[in-house]
Ligand binder design. Structure first.
Ligand code: SF4
Length: 970
């Protein structure tokens, strides 16, 4: 026998090859793990997790490792394309053009719009990680019509939490599973914070923590939960209110925390005849700390039995009771009002709504309260609070929560999430060990300071927008409406229809543009958003809108530009296609100005640095924006003498400052001319090199005394102001009771001067802008025949694919090539549907044909499927008969982007009336078997898309290609 091994794994596979390893950041999902890309002779051969990276610590998931297949995808676009003269939109007939011609077309069109009516240009982007740049571009253009995907993803989560505790889950905060003892995950399947959360849950379980999943479906993380509590979709708010009631009734709330760090003890005006009814009473001579957001509140002191300034030394606020101010004004502490609000929310009441037995609700409420109270954590970290009180230690109550889209994507999601944030506060878990921890740049003021323009005068030709295109409103006068109270934005964001729409309403942009409501537009630029398929509700109708023509014979949306790295269902509707690069071919930054990758112990930002040259003529969208901004002479991109300021996107990143000399730019690391400053400092011409040398991230470690209680931590508050993360350094008191909401209610009731809602919206605003959370049925329920459509239908993003991006990925397609509708076995049998059988799912809006899969891991009143696995035939350069098109299906055809018309014929978005969050999960359906003689493929089907110029032929033999026989078999 030979002593030589058959295969020596340590030997270089190709001895003469040039190999190298480069660091960058993954973008196979939104999690942004650090990766090391192995190249052989300039080609990607292997991708691994970066063990030194703070986010994933070397862990990589199936998607991340499969990035290589995205690079070599046959769906890659490689040339700028123009729709052929004389062909119709949707027919997918294109001719290749040069970038010069593409820029020429855009420059001419956009400069005309900017000089005449900037509103007519709309920029909507998908899950892009450069909103600081896309938002800046829109603002500099002067258009109000900009948003990213947040409105149809989880804006309720962001807004519900930020308007309550000044921070939110995922990028801006999360559960401290290192120290938690009890962990509740609600409405989350596979999270955005993917690898870090998986690792943390694994460690949490190894340490003996108890994990409870509350979800209609037991999938994803819930599969390893110690207890699964199935719940009916859209009822989470009722459950949480019942738990709050139990916690209060049992006295298991953290009184000390509530009294000092929340507005529980602040006194609320209870005089119904007062114009300030429901607002906090204020002491005119009290300490305001911040004139723009005065803190001159009253407590009712339990020792002296009289009103005193809040936080005055020695005072102890009453949390319950009813009092009278010296001027005769009746008042109550806000916690008393919360107690009254939940008085009727008994576990039995919640059982009827949620389907969760009252005994279970009582048990988990008790478990939360007792764990928080009896298993306290104490860390020997001295710190000082805003009011000057020195604390010898940091205390934690080890009950952690995590929630995402399952709570958010309902028309009642904002209040459910506010209720959750209040529950977390009652348990005393905010920014404390074992509970919820913030991540920089959060916590921020409630609400943060970016404001949209206040009216149509904020939009002027050839002028940047007078305000942030997306932001936060603090009172009705911040709304972006005209004198008649009508929306200024195309998507109606920041109007009386959806006042807190911090992320816009991208899901209504196409419908509104098509209808010309509130006005028609000219050019729609979509970046990385599959709006003709899985990113649209009411997909079949939206596709028709994209090709619909007016009486003049022109398209109702005259010009559509799509920028994407891949051919998709949406590119077929473009008049101009711009080929983007992949994440391995471009510079990028996960900026503190946007959504960084911060850790609990301090700010972290990260970058992508190209490991490959762009394929074909692909150009990063960032470069496209910098080029257009320079050609259109946006002030921020032009020198005082009108010359181009930045030669490229990388040049822009290192030299841009938020204000001249601010020292704050896109990246926080290695600032200053010598690269020796962090957070703030002059631009450093070698900043990219510094990031490259340090693994593509910068981690600023806060001193331990600044890592906790950051809403009220004097040292941290001053540091964060100095670092430019906050304008002010006043404390961020938790809003159990929302005076901000009450100000909108008072306006709707005609009791407040200033902006007023249009008459037909007064009742709606007054109803939903309740200063305390409440549960109401999803809006669509009132318009649905709940007997005919008895089931809820949900979609989830699979762990192995990120939205539609991975349907062209040769490796990941082996995991999911089509999707089933998962139906509880009893429900399916009762409907006469076989396991694996073809069936119909029908809502009041439409129907789809698909295959059934029996499941015990879904509550009987819910059916669900994976989103975006099903494809339109030929899209993503899959063959027309690919499983994705023939067996895969898209549930979005059943979901409407609008509610039915009201009595005035007016249609409102199918969204949360507070935030405009798309109500994906409110749809009601029925199911029945397909007839035996029906075709055995999914419905609806669309004409097969053909490849466009510049796309490579499909590779049919990937294994051969990998073995080095590249190009042998196509
Ligand atoms: S979790 Fe997301 S970012 Fe991390 S490796 Fe997987 S795909 Fe990449």
């Amino acid at each position: 026998m030979s002593s030589n091994p058959v295969h020596d794994p340590l030997a270089p596979p190709v001895p003469d090859a040039h190999t190298e390893v480069k660091s960058t950041t993954c973008y196979m999902c939104a999690c942004r793990c650090g990766i090391k890309v192995h190249l052989r002779n300039g080609e990607v051969r292997y991708i691994e997790g970066n063990p030194d990276h703070p986010l994933n610590k070397g862990v990589i998931c199936a998607k991340g490792g499969s990035g290589i297949m995205k690079q070599y995808s046959p769906a890659r676009l490689t040339k700028p394309l123009k729709r052929k003269e004389g062909t119709e939109r949707g027919a997918n007939q294109y001719e290749a053009i040069s970038w010069d011609e593409a820029f020429g077309i855009l420059e001419k069109r956009l400069s005309h719009l900017r000089a005449t009516d900037p509103r007519k240009f709309a920029l909507f982007t998908g899950r892009d990680q450069m909103q600081a740049l896309t938002g800046l571009f829109a603002r500099q253009f002067g258009t109000p019509n900009y948003a990213a995907h947040g409105g149809f993803c989880s804006v309720n989560m962001a807004a519900g939490m930020i308007y309550t505790i000044g921070g939110s889950f995922w990028e801006f905060g999360g559960p401290d599973l290192e120290r938690a003892k009890l962990f509740f995950m609600i409405g989350t399947a596979e999270d955005h914070h993917s690898n870090p959360l998986k690792s943390a849950i694994g460690e949490f379980k190894r340490q003996g923590g108890r994990f409870v999943a509350i979800n209609p479906v037991r999938s994803g993380y819930a599969a390893i939960a110690d207890e699964w509590i199935p719940i009916k979709p859209g009822t989470d708010g009722a459950l949480i209110l019942a738990i709050i009631r139990e916690i209060i009734a049992l006295g298991l709330y953290d009184r000390e925390f509530l009294a000092r760090y929340t507005n529980a003890g602040q006194l609320v005006n209870q005089d119904p005849d007062s114009k300030d009814f429901g607002m906090m009473v204020r002491h005119p001579e009290g300490e305001k700390f911040n004139p723009l957001r005065p803190h001159n509140f009253y407590w009712w002191d339990r020792h002296s039995n009289q009103p005193v300034d809040d936080h005055v030394d020695g005072a102890d606020p009453a949390l319950f009771g009813s009092f009278t101010m010296p001027d005769g004004t009746p008042v109550k502490p806000s916690f008393q009002l919360l107690k009254e609000r939940v008085a009727e929310c008994t576990p039995e009441w919640a059982e009827n709504i949620t389907g969760i037995p009252a005994a279970t609700i009582k048990r988990i409420a008790h478990e939360m309260g007792v764990t928080a109270r009896d298993e306290k954590i104490e860390l020997p970290i001295p710190w000082t609070d805003f009011w000057g009180k020195e604390h010898e230690k940091v205390t934690g109550n080890p009950v952690a929560f995590h929630a995402m889209r399952g709570l958010a994507a309902h028309s009642n999601g904002f209040h459910s999430i506010r209720a959750l944030a209040i529950l977390m506060s009652l348990l005393g878990t905010i920014d404390r060990p074992g509970g919820f921890r913030h991540k920089a740049p959060y916590p921020r003021a409630i609400p943060p300071n970016a404001r949209p323009p206040k009216g149509p005068e904020g939009v002027q030709p050839n002028t940047p927008l007078n305000g942030a295109p997306l932001g936060w409103v603090e009172n009705p006068d911040d709304l972006f409406v005209d004198a008649g109270g009508q929306p200024v934005r195309l998507d109606k964001g920041f109007s009386w229809e959806h006042p807190f729409s911090a992320h816009g309403l991208m899901h209504n942009a196409i419908t509104n543009a098509w209808r010309g409501d509130p006005y028609p537009i000219d050019t729609l630029l979509l970046f990385m958003a599959n709006m003709a398929w899985n990113s649209s509700m009411n997909t079949s109708e939206v596709r028709k809108m994209l090709t619909d023509k007016g009486t003049d014979g022109g398209y109702k949306i005259p010009f559509i530009v799509v920028c994407d790295a891949f051919q998709s269902e949406t590119t077929a509707f473009a008049d101009l296609i711009l080929p983007d690069t992949t994440y391995l071919e471009r510079h990028d930054c996960m900026s503190m100005l946007d959504r960084p990758i911060s850790e609990y112990d301090g700010p972290v930002d990260s970058v992508r640095i190209p490991v490959l040259d762009p394929k074909g003529e692909c150009k990063p969208f960032q470069e496209v924006l910098v080029e257009l901004a320079s050609r259109l002479k946006f002030p921020a991109f032009t020198t005082a003498d009108g010359q181009r300021k930045f030669k490229s996107y990388p040049d822009f990143v290192i030299n841009y400052e938020t204000a001249p000399g601010s020292g704050i730019g896109f990246l926080t690391g290695w600032r200053g001319e010598n690269g020796d400053q962090a957070m703030r400092g002059a631009p450093n011409p070698r900043q990219w090199e510094a990031y490259e040398k340090h693994g593509c991230f910068h981690h600023y470690h806060l001193a331990p005394s600044m890592q906790y209680m950051r809403n009220w931590n004097k040292e941290y508050l001053e540091w964060s102001q100095q670092a430019g993360m906050r304008r002010d350094n006043d404390p961020i008191i938790i809003h159990l009771y929302s005076e901000i909401m009450q100000s909108f209610r008072l306006a709707a009731q005609g009791k407040r001067p200033g902006k007023q809602p249009p008459a037909q919206l007064r009742e709606r605003v007054a109803q939903y802008f309740d200063p305390l959370p409440f549960w109401h049925a999803p809006l669509e329920d009132a318009q649905s025949d709940l007997v005919k459509y008895p089931l809820n239908a949900l979609t989830q993003r699979p762990m192995a694919m990120y939205h539609s991006w991975d349907s062209q990925n040769a490796w990941l397609r082996q995991i999911h090539a089509y999707n089933y509708l998962y139906v509880n076995s009893d429900t399916a049998r009762a409907a006469g549907i076989e396991d694996g059988g073809w069936m119909w799912v029908e809502s009041q809006w439409g129907k789809v044909r698909c295959q059934c899969r029996y499941s015990e891991a879904v509550e009987p009143g819910t059916v669900w499927t994976w989103n975006a696995v099903g494809k339109s035939s030929g899209a993503w350069n899959l063959t027309g008969d690919a499983n994705e098109a023939q067996q895969g299906f898209l549930l979005n055809h059943l979901i409407s982007e609008e509610l039915r018309a009201d009595a005035h014929g007016k249609r409102y978005s199918n969204s949360d009336p507070i935030t405009g969050q798309a109500a994906w999960y409110d749809v009601r359906v029925r199911i029945y078997p397909a007839k035996g003689d029906e075709p055995q493929h999914s419905y609806p089907q669309f004409e097969t898309m053909q490849p466009v110029p510049g796309m490579e032929p499909r590779k049919m033999a990937w294994l051969g290609w990998f073995a080095g026989k590249k190009g042998d078999k196509q």
